[in-house]
Design a protein around this ligand. Sequence first.
Ligand SMILES: Cc1cc2nc3c(=O)[nH]c(=O)nc-3n(C[C@H](O)[C@H](O)[C@H](O)COP(=O)(O)OP(=O)(O)OC[C@H]3O[C@@H](n4cnc5c(N)ncnc54)[C@H](O)[C@@H]3O)c2cc1C
Length: 434
Amino acid sequence: MTEAITIIGGGLAGCEAAWQAAKRGVRVILHEMKPHGYSPAHQMPGLAELVCSNSLRGESLENAVGLLKEELRRAGSLLMAAADATRVPAGGALAVDREIFSAWVTERIENHPLIDLVRGEVADIPPEGIVVVASGPLTSDGLAERIRALTGPNLYFYDAIAPIVTAESLDMTRVFRASRYGKGDGDDYLNCPLGLEEYERFVDEILAAEKVAARDFEKVVHFEGCMPVEEMAERGRETLRFGPLKPVGLADPRTGEEPHAVVQLRAENREGTMYNLVGFQTKLTYPEQRRIFRMIPGLENAEFVRLGSMHRNTFINAPALLAPTFQLKGDSRILFAGQITGVEGYVESAGSGFLAGINAARLVRGNEPVVPPPATALGALVTHITNADVKHFQPMNVNYGLFPPLEGKVKKKERRGRLAERALAELDRWIGIL
Ligand SMILES: Cc1cc2nc3c(=O)[nH]c(=O)nc-3n(C[C@H](O)[C@H](O)[C@H](O)COP(=O)(O)OP(=O)(O)OC[C@H]3O[C@@H](n4cnc5c(N)ncnc54)[C@H](O)[C@@H]3O)c2cc1C
């Protein structure tokens, strides 16, 4: 009998990882601290608890999370089977009855002959054997300290996410390329110039906008260099102009002058298909973000692939620390899975658990770990967490901006369908060799 793998955390990633490893004939010891200890957001004793919304988001392949679900279904995911078996009507989304969903998964895990479920908090990472850390965005404090011993400063306790827009949705006649004082490559940033009146109106709207209230356990967050944009506006009408909207060193080549204020956009990926709004981490509600940020010159028709947010969230700087196989570069017997790797969302967490579980099983059996094809949704997630900019890494939902571009010219309205078609064809080939 091969040795057992240890999985820490019976959430979405941990359960999927345990199932995939056990399905491949490997014994699993799955540790879950509930019901002996609860994070500030968990309430149910069962496994795979959905802590907030009961929706696993859109079903359509026009949406990258719809594609990710379809890939996981085809590849034999436990959590997708649970979701399909416990769904409730939700229009174009896949929503579930969270209690039945958790009970369904718990029953399968508890009854699997190769999985030992151990209830109780894990205080340290076992010194030997293959370990998958899937303790989630609210990892217990003691374990987080032990993780920090492995990661050093590359472990974070909250995310401060600025919105991201697609490059193709920008009005390039209104923005100009430049870096402050021509530093770096000189044209690393796209700059959206605001005149005095545009700036004043923008500040008014931000001050009046609806904000998301922080939950009690999120109020302890120290924002330091990551203050929300609306909090800066509240400190004074000029604060933004001396902060993220600072125009100095950014002369507009069309006028030769520095605008009154400038919103800078920085490339989010190497292909330059997505840009983030620099310094725009925010707790404005999603509809308010769409409305107000589209007032920025050049962003009138912006397509947002991610909106801003600020949450308590334990995650590692995956591009600095993880190999595409989810193994820690510094200690390859330790794998990470779930939200702690910097994927964002229920389905994304399950997807990373799926891959980490397969690789943990392969390692125990002495096989090479695998990486999904980059053109699949699973592969796009891997690319994000291992290839993103180490200095600005923030968690991300799956989205079509993360996929390698299609070859040749493709009409915009056909693009997503073609990306999904290509992904599923590659996925089918890949699962054939797993
Ligand atoms: C407040 C909040 C709301 C969210 N809302 C949504 C949403 O609406 N939609 C969405 O798609 N995503 C949401 N997310 C993001 C994310 O999708 C979920 O957190 C998801 O559950 C992450 O899956 P996971 O497996 O990584 O972690 P979890 O599902 O949290 O699983 C981790 C498990 O590890 C256990 N654990 C922790 N520490 C230890 C330890 N030391 N020993 C043993 N067990 C331990 C926990 O009890 C938990 O069961 C939210 C996150 C948070 C924090």
